[in-house]
Design a protein around this ligand. Structure first.
Ligand SMILES: NC(=O)c1ccc[n+]([C@@H]2O[C@H](COP(=O)([O-])OP(=O)(O)OC[C@H]3O[C@@H](n4cnc5c(N)ncnc54)[C@H](O)[C@@H]3O)[C@@H](O)[C@H]2O)c1
Length: 263
């Protein structure tokens, strides 16, 4: 268990799954935790602020309620590909970006931003120029307009996680200039409420096949411990990159040992 005594941490998605496990570990490690979620968390937090990450005005309102400075901003909230495509992009990309860029000034030097992206974003190199076009938009609204004018092939969830992974890569040097770091976690399937939606949007065979290969799905705690590693000084020179936390599945898929799933 990492020691977070006296550390002040903002966690989105704290009401369920990976965010819930992250909050429980943070509290056990002595942190002061502020939850940002559309739902109230069941885990103990110091403050909960209700926010809709699909709405930039709601995010602005939440940021205005943040009191003091922070050591970490952990962006865990996300929606699956069973949600409408514009909502998926709004929550998983544009709202996350809006929150990060509105809160950077609240982070103490040495502070860390973590983004929970996904191994489902593994296809980013094939769409890099398109992803950079979206990331070249300056505001939430411009990003939403870009996506409306440039609908993408396939599952919007995969695209959203490709963009989230690339966003983190593009921001590392800028955050270093501010004395901060930013990194992504790329989980494979995790046993949380969202997994049932993934079985619908990515195919039962694909999701269940991974559990067959590995013996189980990840637990929320498997992912929370890696999020907190990236947020901690132990990862002090890790910046602008991704940590795959998937029990090994990406390694065999990306090297072609196991066929790429059609998700
Ligand atoms: N579970 C998996 O298999 C898996 C795999 C890879 C990546 N991920 C990613 O991990 C993150 C956490 O997912 P999880 O598995 O804990 O899912 P979950 O459904 O258990 O939790 C998602 C949380 O996000 C919050 N949220 C969703 N939309 C919101 C909005 N508009 N405004 C504010 N809060 C909102 C929900 O209220 C919930 O607390 C997501 O970004 C997800 O894409 C999950």
């Amino acid at each position: 268990m990492s020691d977070f005594t006296g550390k002040r941490v903002i966690v989105t998605g704290a009401a369920s799954g990976i965010g819930d496990a992250t909050v429980r570990r943070l509290k056990a490690g002595g942190a002061h935790v502020v939850s940002l979620d559309r739902n109230a968390p069941t885990a103990e937090v110091d403050t909960h602020i209700t926010v809709d990450l699909a709405d930039p005005h709601s995010i602005d309102n939440a940021v205005a309620q943040l009191d003091g400075t922070f050591d970490a901003l952990l962006n865990v909230a996300g929606v699956p590909g069973t949600s409408p495509a514009d909502t998926v992009i709004a929550v998983n990309v544009l709202g996350m970006r809006h929150l990060i860029e509105s809160s950077l000034g609240l982070l103490e030097p040495g502070g860390s931003v973590v983004v929970v992206s996904s191994s489902a974003g593994y296809g980013w190199p094939n769409r890099l120029e398109t992803i950079k076009e979206l990331l070249a938009t300056d505001t939430f609204e411009e990003g939403a307009a870009w996506f409306a004018a440039n609908p993408q092939k396939g599952n919007a969830y995969n695209f959203s996680k490709e963009v989230a992974t690339v966003y983190v890569m593009t921001m590392g040097v800028a955050l270093n200039d501010m004395g901060l770091r930013i990194n992504a976690i790329l989980p494979g399937p995790v046993q949380t409420p969202i997994l049932e939606d993934f079985r619908v949007s990515m195919g039962e065979d694909n999701i269940d096949g991974i559990a067959t290969l590995l013996g189980r799905h990840a637990t929320p705690d498997d992912i929370a411990s890696s999020i907190l590693f990236l947020a901690s000084p132990n990862a002090g020179w890790v910046n602008g990159t991704s940590l795959i936390v998937d029990g090994g599945i990406s390694g065999v898929v990306l090297t072609g040992l196991v066929p790429t799933p059609e998700i």
